[in-house]
Design a protein around this ligand. Sequence first.
Ligand code: C5P
Length: 398
Amino acid sequence: MLANKRILLIIGGGIAAFKVPDLIRRLQDRGASVTPVLTRAGEEFVTPLTVSALAGQKVYRDLFDLTEESEMGHIQLSRSADLIVVAPATADMMAKMANGLANDLASTLLLATDTPVLIAPAMNVRMWDHPATRRNLAQLVADGVGVIGPNEGGMACGEFGPGRMSEPLEIVAAIEAKLADGPLKGRRVLVTSGPTHEPIDPVRYIANRSSGAQGTALAAALRDLGAHVVFVTGPASVPPPSGVEVVRVETAREMSEAVDAALPCDAAVFAAAVADWRVASASDRKLKKTRDGMPNLEFAENPDILARVSQMTGGRPPLVVGFAAETDDVIAHATAKRARKGCDWIVANDVSPATGIMGGSENAVVLISDEGAEEWPRMGKAEVATRLAARIAAAVAS
Ligand code: C5P
């Protein structure tokens, strides 16, 4: 299952590190090679000699020397792996990862790569339950980090509850799942996301309330199915997911150009809230109250990216998906929009303020296609993304 897979194994400082030699053996039994990295705290629980003897490789330690740097480079170390596994992942390690700290070898390796990461947390039950760890865990999941465990049970410290590191065979199964080829492997999928900013002058702009949350979740879900995702994003308030190709733009016209540059692709999903109009002639110097008086803004229409791509005669992506944010008569308006734009599917949602959907964490959508309108129950944006990504995978594969 893991033949020729290269795993960079970061061993954190916890009593669960005693299970790591067994984990290394089981990974090797399945054909993987394991490059071990031992944190300074990890060395308190398992010796460098044990780890390197088992792995059949040099163990990289937090106190790396400069010779090593010039030979390999810590950045290269993490980039050449197929997967980075952190086991045990301590509360401290999770906090560093969630906040992007890079103050030792392990955390630097984790920050300097877009290789997929899987963590096997292990800690005292109260540390696991602490709001800080909850926050860090949520951030790591949002960043695309895979998590296995922890299990519930008696702990070395005498307490009982969740916090025990998963057993080596459970970790191996999670590694296999993370490395499995998804249905979108080898496929290129374009996702637009976030708002656009349309300048009035160098310091002022017109924008909208889109957070980019749904587009970001969708890009992550498509990535998890193995797609190469080109993520064209306006200035969103949530960060882009890891493991995707990020193209940052500001205006609708820049987004349009970035979309063209990303084609051809197997599927294109337009989740961005693109401004319909821009200021016709934005000033290249700051408008002054005293000098320029009250601005009299004239508007020009922005390119409709979704309509343009949907109606391409050559190079149209085989599947084009649009979004429709409506405040009334959702299905009727979205059905008309699908026909007008010429896209294959429209994902419609009701964004009237009472729904709390715009900028919120939940969504209630209707998927409109040739088959008619399919209403999905209200669910988290991540779940909408997972479901939609699965539908896209099924359509692209057929
Ligand atoms: O035109 P309207 O904003 O109602 O349609 C929404 C859909 O069209 C979304 O998928 C959005 O990303 C896309 N769109 C676009 N370019 C525009 C306006 C909207 O791609 N200029």
